[in-house]
Design a protein around this ligand. Sequence first.
Ligand SMILES: NC(=O)C1=CN([C@@H]2O[C@H](COP(=O)(O)OP(=O)(O)OC[C@H]3O[C@@H](n4cnc5c(N)ncnc54)[C@H](O)[C@@H]3O)[C@@H](O)[C@H]2O)[C@@H](O)CC1
Ligand SMILES: [K+]
Length: 474
Amino acid sequence: MRHAHAVEQVRAAEAALMARLPEGTLMQRAAAGLAAVCVRLLPRVYGSRVLVLAGSGDNGGDALYAGARLARRGASVRVVLLTPERAHADGLAELLAAGGRVTADPAEFERADLVLDGIVGIGGRGGLRPAAAPYAGMRRSGPVVAVDVPSGVDADTGEVDGVALRADVTVCFGTYKPGLLIDPGASYAGVLHLVGIGLELPPAPVTALQEQDVAGLLPRPAAESDKYRRGVVGVAAGSARYPGAAVLAVAGALRGGAGAVRYAGTAAEEVVRRFPEVLVTEGTPGGAGRVQAWVVGPGGGEGAGAALAEALASDVPVLVDADGLTELARLGPDALRDRTAPTVLTPHAGEAARLLAGALGGPPPPADAAAAARLATARRLAAAYRATVLLKGSTTVVADPGGGVRVNATGTPWLATAGSGDVLSGLTGSLLAAGLAPLDAASVGAYLHGMAGRDAAERRTPITAMEVAEHVRF
Ligand SMILES: NC(=O)C1=CN([C@@H]2O[C@H](COP(=O)(O)OP(=O)(O)OC[C@H]3O[C@@H](n4cnc5c(N)ncnc54)[C@H](O)[C@@H]3O)[C@@H](O)[C@H]2O)[C@@H](O)CC1
Ligand SMILES: [K+]
């Protein structure tokens, strides 16, 4: 599991540790870890050109001390001081003593074999200032290594206000920060290296599942399992206009680990022709028989409202997607007030914006704004609807009403294809039926879906939604 802590938590842990250690110890630990990563990135340190971009805070201090370490090993180190009158004095003195030189020539950026971005770290507020902004657009010949956070990325949220410095590698200290795992910030961070500096941290508010975490959560049949014990997932999807959504949601559901899939809706014939193993009814969820979780909404068209109402009236977990979300946005959070079992919502940014408007009144915010502030959007929706919210997009964010957040790093831009979301909702509903808690089901669903997309894209691109379903594997 990758754990990401909020800036406030990092500051508290740093303060507690610094009180017990000689002054400067933490910065030396950070600088040593940072320099070690740079050494591995350079073909050879001796004679290589290193440019340090140093801001006015401790982030600049880390970069200056790391630069000094590289200079002592024979690198030719230049430093641009973004605010010369407020540079980290001890760090600068150490770099100069090691042979480093101050420069004001921006062309050094393009010539350098390696650039250290120490402009701002967790203390950065707002976008890059005018003195730093031009570096964001410059060509580079060597890797850019971000110190703790790519400058211009908000460490807590991953939001970028204006421009940010794109890094090839980010060396972060003590813990990951949410902004390194969530787009757009994550796309600026490159490869992440975590350097331990001895912080004692509380539980992380944001986590990301890794392969072994997912393996531990997946439902696997035991010797005494039967199809009912493995869980039955109900899918209420598709309509006369969109029968394909039913087929794709069922395809996802068949791959999610439930023992059986029940389908209720007008596409029963298409579904059973394609998947003879599915139990089908032309009716609605209310008359479909017992299931352990419902998936409602993909391609639901005009019937989505009735199917949603019946599924929500049940006492099993319900996943709402697509047309079901449009209907829910119209009804607002009150529609979920009487539920005793969990609800999972799987909006894309546009649906999320409509759901927000449904909860808070007023016109929906632009979908772009909901996507750019994905962490805040998912958290607000989870709180307003008291539901687990899986916000789809370049980083899928899953927020629990209890406050926990999981972010998903698997996936490929090829997944942005029609029907891919239907597969995800079926897959995640199946995991719910198999007994996973909502946060686990949603984050494991996103993980498997992203991996399946990657695997399918490795075989052939572009990929289709059905190929994504076919590539899901435990
Ligand atoms: N406090 C500690 O014990 C440790 C801190 N570490 C480093 O210290 C960093 C945090 O240091 P600081 O709290 O000094 O904060 P930063 O160095 O991240 O930034 C704060 C400074 O930048 C200026 N600033 C804020 N926003 C700006 C913007 N958008 N553009 C330009 N300048 C801006 C502020 O006026 C302030 O001077 C961490 O990210 C990490 O790199 C590490 O050395 C590990 C130990
Ligand atoms: K930085």
